[in-house]
Write a protein that binds this ligand. Structure first.
Ligand code: GLN
Length: 396
């Protein structure tokens, strides 16, 4: 069968590819971002009780009422953002489905979607499925700043959506208040809807602060705020995501959801009701543990010749490896996985023109959502195997 044209630019995702390569070589998988530990037992127990009880049929398409009420309460308490649980909060099968439904609900053929590059891989795929066109504006390292003029120049009369991702995957950037103010002003001037992917909202390291763009004046009613329980509660396989949006926007994004998955898995939604009842001490501990993991991996990487800044948010470190080997990042990531036994991701795959990005970048992404012991094992392998791998003919 021929691939239909809208899929021609896409193949197996880099996350699947690198996880397969890591498994084939028994590498420590710091490529795909998923924790090697589970979230709190109380969440599991609540889902198990839901399965044993009466939560095994379809949930309402928009999500279990109790979960939507908890989500609305949390958004109000944490950020002062008020949403009506019935008409403005929607549960999806993961943030990726929420992003897909938002783009499908708001865009048609020929419409344009604007985002920053590097970007998470589902943005271009969802845009292509809607028949829309993705335009990108670069974030430039090492501090991943952007030029407002680049954004202004990229907006046309077909631009409908700006996709923002903060904290940002893969760079770890947390957009500052002044970044967000300039984006908010642009969105209002050009009448754009902002889809903001905030799945790493709880993965914030002092002194960074997460500010949802919906908080800024004039933004609540033109913003779809998307997040998920996956990272915050360390249950990436449950795929319970959600979106907050004004009633009119919520109506639009609920339609594709209704006709694709209809509803998210009912007992897992019930489990997440328990997650949202966890107190502040959960979040304090969560951030402490992640700060330890981040600092551990940073120290290991720096010790072995990588150049990297501490990320302000997310559970990713992007590391410059040019002092180790000056080869394209695909080659470096495959070599690290096969010869050193530590898998990482080539950052060029987060660019629209990955071939051009490979020429100019020497960056790989490491995930630190792992037990300290796992990170130490990666450190041991770098210490033992990196010198050996570099000593092989033609590798220095
Ligand atoms: N968001 C995670 C990452 O960036 C996993 C993505 C995926 O596997 N699709 O690694």
């Amino acid at each position: 069968m021929m691939l239909v044209s809208r899929w021609q630019a896409f193949s197996s995702s880099i996350f699947s590819k690198m996880s397969q390569l890591a498994a084939a070589h028994q590498a420590v998988n710091l490529a795909q971002g998923f924790p090697d530990f589970d979230g709190p037992a109380v969440i599991k127990e609540a889902a198990i009780a839901a399965i044993r009880g009466s939560f095994n049929q379809y949930a309402p398409s928009t999500g279990l009422g109790e979960l939507r009420r908890q989500l609305a309460a949390r958004q109000a308490e944490q950020y002062g953002l008020q949403y009506d649980a019935a008409s403005e909060v929607t549960v999806f099968s993961g943030a990726t489905e929420a992003i897909f439904c938002s783009i499908m609900g708001l865009c048609g053929p020929g419409d344009e979607v604007l985002t920053f590059e590097p970007f998470f891989d589902c943005y271009p795929a969802a845009t292509a499925m809607a028949g829309a066109v993705l335009k990108t504006v670069p974030l430039r390292g090492p501090d991943w700043s952007f030029e407002l003029d680049d954004l202004k120049a990229a907006v046309t009369d077909r631009t409908r959506i700006l996709i923002l991702n903060s904290p940002h995957n893969p760079t770890g950037k947390v957009f500052s208040r002044s970044d967000l103010l300039s984006l908010a002003q642009l969105a209002q001037e050009k009448n754009l809807v902002v889809i903001t992917d905030e799945v790493y909202e709880e993965l914030i390291f002092t002194p960074a602060r997460h500010l949802p763009i919906a908080r800024l004046e004039g933004m609540r009613d033109r913003t779809i705020t998307i997040s998920s329980t996956a990272k915050t509660f360390s249950m990436t396989g449950w795929k319970v995501g959600f979106a907050f949006a004004d009633r009119k926007l919520s109506e639009l994004i609920r339609i594709p959801h209704q006709y694709t998955v209809f509803c998210s898995a009912t007992p897992l939604q019930a489990g997440m009701v328990a997650a949202l009842k966890l107190g502040q001490e959960y979040y304090v501990d969560f951030r402490e543990q992640y700060t330890r993991r981040r600092d551990k991996l940073l120290a290991i990487l720096r010790q072995h010749g990588f150049t990297c800044k501490a990320p302000e948010g997310t559970y990713f470190i992007t590391a410059d490896y040019r002092q180790i080997r000056d080869v394209p990042d695909m080659e470096f990531a495959a070599w690290m996985t096969e010869k050193v036994g530590v898998a990482c991701l080539p950052v060029s795959t987060f660019y629209a023109d990955a071939a051009a990005a490979q020429e100019s970048l020497r960056l790989v992404r490491f995930a630190f959502c792992k037990e300290i012991g796992t990170l130490e094992e990666a450190g041991r392998r770098l210490a033992e195997r990196l010198p050996q791998a570099l000593a092989e003919p033609g590798k220095a």
